[in-house]
Write a protein that binds this ligand. Structure first.
Ligand code: GLA
Length: 688
C-alpha cells in the first residue's frame, strides 16, 4: 500500500489511501519514521466502512453515521458527496518541504475537492486545507466546508486544553475532560472573538496526559470559525475538525467556482502539552513573523489611558517629553486624533486630523516626537463607522444591514462591508493618504465590535459575509506590508478579539487585552503564551487603580508583567514625579538587557499566576532569565529551579560573582526579591 510521509523538524505525518479510495487516512504522526500504522478502522454503530476510518476529510454521503467536514446540497435537492475510487494523488518532497495533494471527484461529476497537506523540516507544523470546486452544471450550497480533520489516538475520550474568556479576560486557560461526545468552540461574529481562541490541544484523559503524546490543532483564520472535538464512545481515536463557521455562513458555488478553505495547522508532541507550546512559538517566529528583530517590536508609549479622546498637540507633546526620557522608542496617539472624535459616538470613518486639536495637522506633533528620538504611530479602525460621521452620511449603503431590519449599533458604530470591493478600495486609499508624506511608522489597527446582521440580501454569495470580510481585511493588511514595509502593525480588537495564526502572519504585534491590571494581565498572558509567542505580545505598564483588578502590586511588578512580552507604557506620564520617571527609565534599561531572550527564547512557566510565586523562564544560548512574580508581602525562602539550563555548563548569576553549573542551579536558586517585595528578575549568564 502506498504511504506518503510528510516530514517536519522532529517528526513525520504519515498518510495512505483509505480502502475504496474514499479519502486519505492518517496512519501515524510522531517522531518515528518507521512506526507501525495506528489501527485504521474501529467498530462503528451500524456504520459503513468509512465511518470507522480516520479520514483526513470526509463528506456526508461518504460517511453516514459519524461527523464529516463537507456538507453539500445541490440545487436539485441531491445532498452529500462520495468520491470515485481512484483519486489523483501528487506528492513532492524537495528535502525541506513535503507536499501532498489528493483530488477527489464526486461520482456524479458535480463537485471535486482537493485536500492539500504540507510540512517542512524547518518546523513542526503540518498545514492542511481544501479547495472545493463546482465541476457540474448546476449550483450547490455548502452548509459546512471545513478545512480538514485530524484523528488522533488519545482516546477513548480526551483531555482538551483550550483558551477562552470574554472582553478584558481573554486567553483564560480551560481544561475539559471529554469521555464521550462533542465539544464545539467557535465564533459567529465575523472576527476571531474574545470568547474562544481557535486552538485546541488534546491529550489522554489518564495520568499519562503530560508525558504521552499530545496533539494540537489551530485555525489560521480571522473570520467566524468553528472547531469540533469529537470523542465517539469507546473509540481510541478522537477527531478534531474545523474551518469557517458552519452556523453563520453558507457558501454557494456556481459552475466553475471554487472555494479555498482557511489553513488548519497541527502539531504533535511526544512529551505532552509542554512540547506543544515551544513548537507553536517556533513556527510563529520563524514562519509567520516577517522578522524577529527589534524594528517591529519597539518599546511603545501609547497615550490612550492618559488622555482617552482628549488629545491635542500641546498635551501630547508634553507626554512625548516624558516618554522619551523614560526610554520609549515610539509614541503612539490612540483614538481621538481625527475630526469630530471627542467620544465614541462620532467621527469614526472620517480619517483626517481634527483641526481644533491639531490646527496645523499632525506634522508638528510628528516632528516633536521624532526630534525627541522616537518614532511616531497612530490608532486607526478602518472597518467601522459611526452613524454620526461624514463617511456614513455619504455611504449609508456601505455597512452590513439585513434588509429593512433595524440597524444594531455596538459602541455606537456599524461595521463596513469589507466583502465589497469598493469599500476595501476606500480603506486602502484612506490608509495610503494617512501614511503618505507623513513620518508615521506604526499603526494600531482596532476593530471595536462584532459584525451583526452580516450578509448582503440578494447577492448569491452574501451568506459568505464573514469569509469575505476576513479576506477584505487580509487584502488591506497585505497592502500595508507591500506598500509601507516600514510601518509596524499592532493588531487589536477591543483588546484580544482578533488574534489567531492568520493575524500573526500579517501583523507584527498584538494587543492581547484591554485589561492591564497586572495580576489579571499575568493570567491573560499565561494563557496566551501557551499558544502564541512572547515576541508578539504587546503589554503596557499602566497606572493604579485598575478598573477591574484591585489587588495592589508594586510599580516593579507592573513593569515585569509588561516586560514578559513587548514592553509598552500606557500611564499618564505627567503624573509621574522625577523619582518615578528615573525608576521607569531604569526598568526600561533592565528590559533592554533581556528583551532579546524574551522575544526569541524558549518560554517555560513555573506554576500558575494564582500561586504565591509564579515565574516565567526565558532561555537563550548565552542567557537565561526568570521574571518572578510574588503576591503581596515579600515571599520568603523562594527557590526556583530553572528547567532549561544545560547540566554541565557554567552560569554566573548576574549582579553577583556567584557561579554555578546547570546541575547545581537545578537544585534551586534563591530569589531574594531584591527588585521589589513582589517581583524580581534573575539572570544567568552562561560563562562556560
Ligand atoms: C479599544 C482598544 C483600546 C483603545 C480604544 C480606543 O478598546 O482595545 O486599546 O484603542 O479602543 O477607542
Amino acid at each position: 500500500m502506498t504511504r506518503w510521509q510528510l516530514a517536519t523538524a522532529t517528526g513525520y505525518y504519515t498518510v495512505s489511501l483509505a480502502p475504496g479510495g474514499v479519502g486519505l487516512v492518517l496512519d501515524h504522526w510522531g517522531p518515528d519514521a518507521d512506526a507501525a500504522p495506528w489501527t485504521q478502522t474501529e467498530r462503528s454503530s451500524f456504520g459503513t466502512a468509512p465511518d470507522a476510518m480516520p479520514l483526513e476529510y470526509a463528506a456526508i454521503g461518504t460517511r453516514q453515521v459519524e461527523g464529516a467536514e463537507l456538507i453539500v446540497t445541490h440545487d436539485d435537492g441531491l445532498t452529500g458527496a462520495r468520491p470515485k475510487a481512484a483519486p489523483e494523488v501528487r506528492y513532492a518532497d524537495d528535502g525541506t518541504v513535503s507536499r501532498l495533494e489528493a483530488r477527489f471527484d464526486d461520482v456524479t461529476g458535480r463537485i471535486s475537492w482537493l485536500t492539500v497537506l504540507e510540512s517542512s523540516r524547518a518546523h513542526d507544523v503540518v498545514r492542511k486545507w481544501v479547495e472545493i470546486e463546482n465541476t457540474g452544471s448546476g449550483s450547490f450550497e455548502l452548509s459546512r466546508a471545513f478545512s480538514g480533520a485530524w484523528e488522533v489516538p488519545v482516546g477513548p475520550g480526551a483531555r482538551i486544553d483550550y483558551l477562552g474568556g470574554r472582553w478584558a479576560q481573554e486567553f483564560t486557560r480551560f481544561q475539559a475532560s471529554l469521555p464521550a461526545g462533542e465539544l464545539s468552540l467557535g465564533s459567529r461574529q465575523g472576527i476571531t472573538s474574545h470568547t474562544f481562541s481557535p486552538v485546541v490541544t488534546v491529550s489522554r484523559t489518564d495520568e499519562s496526559a503530560d508525558t504521552s503524546a499530545s496533539f494540537a490543532v489551530a485555525l489560521a483564520w480571522s473570520g467566524s470559525w468553528r472547531m469540533l472535538v469529537d470523542a465517539v464512545p469507546f473509540r481510541d481515536r478522537v477527531r478534531i475538525s474545523g474551518g469557517v463557521d458552519d452556523e453563520s455562513n453558507v457558501i454557494t458555488l456556481q459552475p466553475g467556482e471554487r472555494f479555498v478553505s482557511p489553513e488548519m495547522l497541527g502539531i504533535s508532541s511526544p512529551d505532552g502539552p509542554a512540547g506543544i507550546q515551544h513548537r507553536w512559538h517556533d513556527y510563529q517566529r520563524s514562519v509567520l513573523a516577517r522578522s524577529t528583530g527589534l524594528e517591529h517590536r519597539p518599546i511603545v508609549y501609547n497615550s490612550w489611558y492618559a488622555t482617552e479622546f482628549d488629545v491635542n498637540l500641546e498635551h501630547q507633546s508634553r507626554l512625548a517629553d516624558v516618554a522619551a526620557r523614560v526610554g520609549a522608542e515610539i509614541f503612539v496617539v490612540d483614538d481621538g486624533w481625527f475630526v469630530g472624535r471627542n467620544s465614541d459616538t462620532a467621527g469614526l470613518g472620517d480619517w483626517t486630523p481634527d483641526p481644533t486639536k491639531f490646527p496645523d495637522g499632525l506634522d508638528p506633533l510628528i516632528t516633536a516626537v521624532i526630534d525627541r528620538g522616537m518614532r511616531f504611530g497612530l490608532w486607526v479602525e478602518p472597518e467601522a463607522v459611526n452613524p454620526d460621521s461624514d463617511l456614513y452620511r455619504a455611504h449609508p449603503d456601505w455597512i452590513y444591514r439585513a434588509g429593512d431590519r433595524e440597524l444594531v449599533t455596538c459602541r455606537n458604530q456599524y461595521v463596513l462591508d469589507f466583502g465589497r470591493d469598493d469599500v476595501v478600495e476606500w480603506a486602502m486609499e484612506m490608509l495610503r493618504s494617512v501614511l503618505a508624506d507623513r513620518r508615521i511608522s506604526y499603526l494600531k489597527w482596532d476593530m471595536n465590535r462584532p459584525v451583526s446582521d452580516g450578509g448582503r440580501p440578494g447577492d448569491p454569495h452574501g451568506r459568505e459575509w464573514s469569509v469575505q470580510h476576513a479576506r477584505g481585511y487580509y487584502r488591506v493588511m497585505r497592502m500595508l506590508r507591500e506598500e509601507f514595509p516600514h510601518v509596524t502593525v499592532e493588531a487589536c480588537s477591543g483588546g484580544g478579539g482578533r488574534i489567531d495564526n492568520a493575524v500573526l502572519g500579517l501583523t507584527d504585534v498584538v494587543w492581547t487585552s484591554d485589561e492591564t491590571g497586572p495580576r489579571d494581565r499575568l493570567a491573560i498572558q499565561d494563557g496566551f503564551l501557551t499558544a502564541y509567542p512572547a515576541s508578539v505580545m504587546s503589554s503596557w505598564v499602566t497606572d493604579e487603580p485598575d478598573r477591574l483588578d484591585l489587588e495592589p502590586a508594586s510599580f516593579e511588578f507592573r513593569f515585569l508583567v509588561a516586560m514578559a512580552g513587548v514592553l509598552g507604557i500606557g500611564s499618564d506620564l505627567l503624573q509621574w514625579d522625577e523619582l518615578t520617571q528615573r525608576r521607569a527609565a531604569e526598568l526600561v534599561r533592565r528590559y533592554r538587557e533581556i528583551r532579546e531572550v524574551v522575544h526569541t527564547g524558549l518560554v517555560v512557566a513555573h506554576g500558575r499566576p494564582v500561586d504565591p510565586v509564579y515565574a516565567l523562564e526565558y532561555a537563550g544560548d548565552q542567557l537565561t532569565c526568570l521574571l518572578v512574580y510574588g503576591r503581596s508581602g515579600r515571599p520568603t525562602d523562594v527557590r526556583l529551579a530553572p528547567r532549561t539550563l544545560s547540566p554541565t555548563a557554567r552560569y554566573r548569576l548576574r549582579g553577583t560573582d556567584r557561579e554555578l553549573t546547570g546541575e547545581q542551579a537545578a537544585e534551586g536558586i534563591e530569589v531574594p526579591f531584591a527588585l521589589a517585595s513582589d517581583a524580581d528578575i534573575v539572570i544567568l549568564d552562561r560563562v562556560g
